[in-house]
Ligand binder design. Structure first.
Ligand SMILES: Nc1nc(=O)c2c([nH]1)NC[C@@H]1CN(c3ccc(C(=O)N[C@@H](CCC(=O)O)C(=O)O)cc3)CN21
Ligand SMILES: O=c1ccn([C@H]2C[C@H](O)[C@@H](COP(=O)(O)O)O2)c(=O)[nH]1
Length: 283
């Protein structure tokens, strides 16, 4: 949790103001941040200096694992986080590729599970990784990439966490995740949980030990309308110790994640936190 607060403080102290055309807002910005999560010792990196809606964060990531392309499916899993990008951004609303209400287009999990090849077939990147890791294989290319520049115009948003690479050292599994753009007050609160949980889940379904997750961020920013709350409220609070994440041990395969798993299969034990802070969201 300290590393999150250090990044927030660094943006407040050393950030540069950058205009953002897509949202029409200015962002206080730094370049390059490296975060690490100790999944081996279950140090769950949840924010404690405000209440974190961790179930929504895990639901969002489960939707990517399932290859969802529709905000209604995400709501069914337990998160409304895609409603605004699917239904309120004028550029996307005007895009002829949009298939109607709640459609997100070919983003995130669609690329992860059904990357289109020129011959019309699709590539299931995640299935290949799970198959390899289960057999103890790391071919130094166990890469799940959501970034498909050829299809940017077919989706509502370019992926922010766009690359997840798995590595095996003996029977210990590591994850390195790359993020091009990070809304530190809102998005990172979710993304930290997602990177941690992705490694924990992949270790569980491939029968490996979870090691460390490395989270590498390029552009880390605070929107102008979030700054006061971050600087004068959240950064004035002292963090609590990290809680533990419990995952239902009956989750054993990728099919389990694709079919019956719900947010009831996850639990956070010993979560102590400060009161909620409602940060503005930019569409
Ligand atoms: N500007 C922006 N920031 C993001 O973090 C972001 C996007 N856009 N677009 C795509 C996804 C959607 N994500 C979101 C969207 C909303 C919340 C949010 O409103 N979080 C609140 C309440 C969550 C709840 O009640 O479940 C929070 O306080 O964390 C978080 C992440 C992350 N991504
Ligand atoms: O998982 C996510 C998804 C999105 N974000 C943030 C980062 C930016 O503030 C916006 C995306 O805007 P771009 O103009 O496409 O960079 O969403 C995040 O932090 N985490």
């Amino acid at each position: 949790m300290r590393q999150y607060l250090d990044l927030c403080q660094r943006i407040v102290d050393q950030g540069t103001w950058v205009e953002n055309e897509r949202t029409g807002k200015r962002c206080l910005t730094v370049i390059n941040a490296d975060l690490t999560y100790d999944v081996a010792n279950n140090q769950f990196p949840i924010i404690t200096t405000r209440k974190s809606y961790w179930k929504a964060a895990i639901a969002e990531f489960l939707g990517y694992i399932r290859g969802y392309d529709n905000a209604a499916d995400f709501r069914q899993l337990g998160t409304k986080t895609w409603d605004a990008n699917a239904n309120e951004n004028q550029v996307w609303l005007n895009n002829p590729a949009r298939k109607g209400t709640d459609d997100m287009g070919r983003v995130y999990g669609v690329q992860g599970r059904a990357w289109r090849k020129p011959n019309g077939e699709t590539v299931d990147q995640l299935r290949k990784i799970v198959n390899d890791l289960t057999r103890g294989i790391d071919d130094r290319g166990e890469i799940l990439t959501f970034l498909n520049p050829g299809e940017f115009d077919l989706g509502c948003l370019r992926p922010c966490m766009y690359n997840h690479t798995f590595s095996l050292l003996g029977d210990t599994l590591y994850l390195t995740s790359y993020q091009r753009s990070c809304d530190v007050p809102l998005g990172l609160n979710f993304n930290q949980i997602q990177v941690f949980t992705f490694l924990a889940l992949m270790a569980q379904i491939t029968g490996k030990k979870a090691g460390t997750a490395y989270h590498k961020i390029v552009n880390a920013h605070i929107y102008e309308d979030q700054l006061e709350l971050m600087r004068d409220v959240q950064l004035k609070r002292e963090p609590f110790p990290s809680p533990k994440l419990e995952i239902n041990p009956d989750i054993k395969t990728l099919e389990d994640l694709e079919t019956w798993v719900t947010m009831d299969d996850f639990n956070v034990v010993g979560y102590e936190c400060h009161p909620p802070i409602k940060y503005p969201f930019s569409v």
